[in-house]
Design a binder for this molecule. Structure first.
Ligand code: ASP
Length: 324
């Protein structure tokens, strides 16, 4: 009799797909992971949920919210020791970070996926799934936030990002590295996240757009976004957090409309800071009311702004959340 219970939630993605004779990778009528139940049941008692079967480019905050509710429902009923979610890798980091910031449940939550579908040579799905269940069962996984486990590495939802289009070692945590590793003999953590945030939200339905800055960027896109009446804007700015002067008209227009503008860097290492005092420089942006993020990448800052806007539209409070 196995002692521990794992809630296993399948959501789709390559890990749940197969390659057909033409070489196309796609979902079938049946999720191939359910055929692995025999192997997996040797690890823990599995409570399996499959709320949807979507490629991850089809995932929206609505599905993220569904996952949050399923986890909290099982947690509040009692009897589960950990959660493992299988997910497409394209937006895996966004779902993982959303859950990290919002789930009210004190137990290990691991998100995993695969780069090769179930019947391809060197398929990594089942291996990653077994690793993830082992991580979710380990005592040390508790209290570290939502974890991303693929390719024998354990990453935090906050820092991990998909770095390669096809390689199985795609998930990396630039600047920080993994917080643990998975080996044949055990699960070994070597870092502890320095801080954790958690927010209670009901409806993440605000509209937040993500824009990438470039040399010579002007204000046209920012002014168009203002006309679309979005609720928030995240900009992947240049270097330490700077924009071309020609973008400033758009920035001022958004802020004067009380639309929060959050900047991150398009560099994937380091944080944004108010250093440069020239037109469009970080200091200038800060003086205009732009909010600086705390080292998140663009897609995660967007998730955080969605969550912030689900709680408040007070600029000062949103600014404070991004300084954590
Ligand atoms: N395009 C796929 C998805 O995100 C990629 C994967 O799962 O690895 O659903």
């Amino acid at each position: 009799m196995l002692e521990k219970n794992i809630l296993l939630i399948h959501t789709g993605g390559t890990i749940s797909m197969s390659e057909d004779t033409s070489g196309a990778v796609k979902p079938g009528a049946k999720n191939p992971l359910t055929e692995e139940a025999q192997i997996l049941s040797g690890l823990a008692n599995l409570i399996v949920e499959e709320p949807f079967n979507l490629p991850s480019p089809h995932i929206t905050p609505k599905e993220m919210m569904t996952l949050k509710r399923i986890i909290e429902h099982h947690y509040n009923q009692g009897g589960i020791d950990g959660v493992v979610i299988t997910h497409g890798t394209d937006t895996l980091e966004e779902t993982a970070y959303f859950l990290d910031l919002t789930v009210q449940a004190d137990l290990p939550i691991v998100v995993t996926g695969a780069m090769r579908s179930s019947n391809e040579i060197g398929a990594d799905g089942l291996y990653n799934l077994i690793s993830s269940i082992r991580v979710a069962l380990s005592r040390e996984a508790k209290g570290k936030g939502v974890l991303i486990v693929l390719n024998d590495e354990i990453h935090t939802a906050e820092n991990a990002t998909k770095t390669h289009t096809s390689n199985v070692s795609t998930f990396q945590s630039p600047q920080y590295g993994p917080i643990g590793i998975v080996t044949k003999r055990g699960i070994f953590f070597h870092h502890m996240p320095a801080s954790r945030e958690n927010y209670q939200i009901e409806d993440p339905s605000k509209r937040v757009v993500l824009i990438k800055a470039h040399a010579g960027m002007d204000s046209s896109l920012l002014l168009a976004v203002k006309e679309l009446q979005v609720d928030g804007v995240v900009i992947e700015a240049l270097g330490q957090g700077n924009l071309p002067p020609s973008a400033m008209e758009g920035i001022r227009a958004l802020i004067s409309d009380n639309i929060p503008v959050v900047i991150v860097s398009r560099c994937f290492n380091g944080v944004v800071q108010d250093i440069y005092g020239y037109e469009g420089g970080g200091k200038h942006l800060k003086d205009c009311g732009v909010i600086f993020s705390n080292g998140l990448n663009g897609q995660k800052a967007r998730i955080k702004l969605l969550i912030a806007l689900a709680m408040t539209n007070n600029m000062k409070e949103i600014d404070k959340m991004f300084s954590l």
